[in-house]
Design a protein around this ligand. Structure first.
Ligand code: ADP
Ligand code: MG
Length: 195
């Protein structure tokens, strides 16, 4: 059983998207997954409910979690992916405390690069790794993010997720064949965690 906290103190960095796409990618390689929706806004739960309403439920469980229930949720499947809320430190701390590894989705924008350091600091004991999300190749902002990561020798996933309409429009629907690069992230995740 491996527990992954997906966190960033900033909202809108791709945490929920990463949790759902990665859960699909891991499920497709035959693994069992639970997504713990630790964000009181409940976006992951809402996404799962909408897919189910369309008659196409997710091939994994999405359940709500709070600081106290996290450890119990983490014992149910081969992978537990905790979709963390922004801001609220207590839940993020609890998620990081039980995690084997921390993924920090980060978009290439100045404010996100600023907040990225805080997430790296608070998860420093748990082998955190940046996942670049919503990137547009050849842009100055991507270049600045890559320079910052290289200058500080920050661990970063080799696969990055491009900005795509298809990803944006996937909320509320089950995912189709193409997971837009998250298959490669799942592969790296397995290599990192030795699974
Ligand atoms: N790679 C991507 N390309 C385009 N839109 C994206 C991508 N990743 C996330 N988004 C969109 O960005 C918004 C924020 O993503 P979300 O996963 O909800 O972030 P968070 O959970 O960190 O708040 C959502 O509208 C989502 O659909
Ligand atoms: Mg979210």
């Amino acid at each position: 059983m491996t527990t992954i906290a997906i966190c960033n103190l900033k909202g809108g960095t791709g945490k929920t998207t990463t949790a759902i796409f990665l859960a699909y990618a891991l499920t497709r390689t035959g693994d069992t997954v639970t997504v713990v929706d630790a964000d009181p806004q409940g976006s992951a739960t809402e996404w799962a409910a909408r897919a189910e309403d369309k008659g196409t439920p997710f091939p994994f469980t999405v359940e709500p979690g709070n600081a106290r229930s996290l450890a119990r949720s983490a014992a149910k499947a081969e992978w537990t992916l905790i979709d963390c809320p922004p801001g609220t430190a207590q839940i993020i701390d609890a998620a990081v405390a039980i995690a084997d590894h921390v993924i920090i989705p980060t978009r290439p924008s100045g404010i996100e690069i600023d907040r990225m350091w805080e997430a790296l600091d608070l998860s420093a004991q748990k082998n955190p790794k940046i996942l670049m999300t919503s990137i547009i190749c050849g842009t100055k902002s991507l270049n600045s993010l890559q320079n910052a990561l290289q200058a500080e020798e920050v661990d970063t996933y080799g696969s990055a997720i491009r900005q795509r309409e298809a990803i944006k429009n996937s909320f509320g629907y089950p995912l189709e064949d193409d997971l837009y690069g998250y298959e490669a992230v799942a592969k790296e995740l397995k290599a990192i965690t030795g699974k």
